[in-house]
Design a protein around this ligand. Structure first.
Ligand SMILES: [Zn+2]
Ligand SMILES: [Zn+2]
Length: 397
C-alpha cells in the first residue's frame, strides 16, 4: 500500500534498522546498545538528543518555526526474556532474549518518521521523540514520568502505537476510552490450624476457608461490579498441603485482576480485601492480603483519539481504520503516560498471516516490515497535522 512516496522510499532503511534491532534484543533497563543506536541516528539527523532518562531512555527534540505547540510520539525499545525459534538471518544473537513483541518495529517506525520530519521540517512547533525502556513488566513509562519526562520535555499530548498480529496488515485500530486493562497481582496467605485429616474439628481448615475466598472473588466480579464494566479476577495459584491425611496450616492464593476503569480497580481491591478478612474472621483464621498495583488501564482521551482517527484515515483510507474493535484484557505501560497527559494509543495490524500468524510473545513472532512505512507515515501525518503550519489552532480537521 503506497503511503507517501518519500516515506515509501525509506522503507528499506527502516527495514535494515528493524532487523538490526531484532538481531540484538535487550531487556528492561539494559537497552544500552539499542539506545545508543537510536540516539546516534537522531543526532546524525540534527535532532537534539537527551540520554539516560529512566536509565536507558532516549528523548529526541525537533523544533521548527515559532509555535509553542508540542507533541510527543512514543516507541518502546525493550525485548523479552524468551528464546527465539526463528531461523531467519536477523534472528536474535542474544541467547534467551528476543523481540517477540515487535518493539524493534516500533523503534524503526519512529526513527523513520524522525528522519523524514528532520529533513522536511514541514511543521510549526516541537516534536518530542520518546524512546522508552522497559515496557514489559518493569513500567519504564512510569519511571520516565517520575524522572520528569513531561517537565523536562514539555508536550501538549502524547501518542503511542503497538503492532498487533490478529489485525489485517496495515489496518489501524482507534478507539476512545479503554484500550487495554489494568493488570494487578495479589497474594493472600491464609493461616488456620493444622490438624489430623480424621479430626478436622481440632483444627481450622485453611483449605476450606481459602476455597470460600476463591468463590467469593467470582461473586465480586459477577455480582458487585456493573456487568458492562468488564472485570477479571483470576486465581492462578493455590498452594497447600503435602499429604493425604494432614490438614495444612497455611494456604497461599495468588493471581491477577483486570479492569478498564480506575474506579472499578479501586472497588475490586477493596472488596477482595474485605471478603478475605471477613471470611477469615468468620472462621477464626488469620489472613494476610497483599495487592500489588502494577499497570493502570490504558485510557484514550477522546479529543486526541479523534485526531488520530482522522490522521489514520488519511494514511490508510477510511475502510482500514477500525473504530469498533473491543479493548483487550492485556496491559500496556503507556497507560502511565495517558494518566498524566492527553493522548491516545492505537494498534497497527501486523497481518494474521505474517510469520504464521503467531501471537505477540510467541517464540516465532516477527514484526512485519511491510507495515513500517504505514506506521512511519502515521507518525509524520500526525505530527504535521497537530503542528500544522496552516492552522492557528493546529488541530487536524
Ligand atoms: Zn509485550
Ligand atoms: Zn509490546
Amino acid at each position: 500500500m503506497p503511503v507517501r512516496p518519500e516515506i515509501d522510499a525509506i522503507a528499506h532503511m527502516m527495514s535494515e534498522w528493524r532487523r538490526a534491532l531484532h538481531a540484538n534484543p535487550e531487556t528492561a533497563y539494559e537497552e544500552r546498545e539499542t539506545a545508543a543506536f537510536v540516539a546516534g541516528l537522531l543526532e546524525q539527523w540534527g535532532i537534539e538528543v537527551h540520554r539516560g532518562l529512566a536509565v536507558t531512555g532516549v528523548v529526541g527534540t525537533l523544533r521548527a518555526g515559532t509555535s509553542p505547540r508540542s507533541i510527543g510520539l512514543r516507541a518502546d525499545m525493550d525485548a523479552l526474556d524468551l528464546e527465539e525459534q526463528n531461523t531467519f538471518a536477523h534472528r536474535s544473537r542474544n541467547p534467551g532474549k528476543m523481540h517477540a513483541c515487535g518493539h524493534d518495529g516500533h523503534c524503526a517506525m519512529l526513527l523513520g518518521a524522525a528522519y523524514h520530519l528532520a529533513k522536511t521540517r514541514n511543521f510549526d512547533g516541537t516534536i518530542q521523540f520518546v524512546f522508552q525502556p522497559a515496557e514489559e513488566n518493569e513500567a519504564g513509562a512510569r519511571r520516565m514520568v517520575q524522572e520528569g519526562l513531561f517537565d523536562r520535555f514539555p508536550m501538549d499530548a502524547i501518542y503511542g502505537m503497538h503492532n498487533f498480529p490478529i489485525i489485517a496488515e496495515g489496518d489501524i485500530v482507534v478507539r476512545p476510552g479503554p484500550m487495554m486493562a489494568s493488570a494487578d497481582f495479589f497474594e493472600i496467605v491464609v493461616k488456620g490450624r493444622g490438624a489430623h485429616g480424621a479430626w478436622p474439628h481440632t483444627g481450622i481448615d485453611a483449605i476450606a476457608i481459602a476455597s470460600e475466598m476463591v468463590l467469593a472473588f467470582n461473586h465480586i466480579a459477577a455480582r458487585t461490579i456493573d456487568p458492562l464494566q468488564s472485570t477479571v479476577i483470576s486465581v492462578t495459584k493455590f498452594n497447600a498441603g503435602h499429604t493425604t491425611n494432614v490438614i495444612p496450616e497455611i494456604v497461599t492464593i495468588a493471581g491477577t485482576t483486570r479492569t478498564f476503569s480506575l474506579e472499578v480497580r479501586d472497588a475490586v481491591e477493596a472488596r477482595m480485601q474485605r471478603v478475605c478478612e471477613g471470611i477469615a474472621a468468620a472462621h477464626g483464621a488469620e489472613v494476610s492480603f497483599k495487592y500489588d498495583r502494577r499497570y493502570p488501564p490504558t485510557l484514550n482521551h477522546p479529543e486526541e483519539t479523534e485526531i488520530a482517527a482522522a490522521v489514520a484515515e488519511r494514511v490508510v483510507g477510511k475502510a482500514r481504520v477500525l473504530r469498533n474493535e473491543p479493548p483487550v484484557m492485556g496491559a500496556e505501560d503507556f497507560a502511565w503516560m495517558l494518566l498524566e497527559k492527553p493522548g491516545t494509543y492505537v494498534w497497527i495490524g501486523n497481518g494474521p498471516e505474517h510469520q504464521g500468524g503467531c501471537m505477540l510473545h510467541n517464540p516465532g513472532y516477527d514484526f512485519n516490515d511491510r507495515i513500517l512505512p504505514i506506521g512511519a507515515g502515521y507518525w509524520v501525518e500526525l505530527a504535521e497535522s497537530v503542528l500544522s503550519r496552516h492552522t492557528s489552532e493546529g488541530v487536524a480537521s
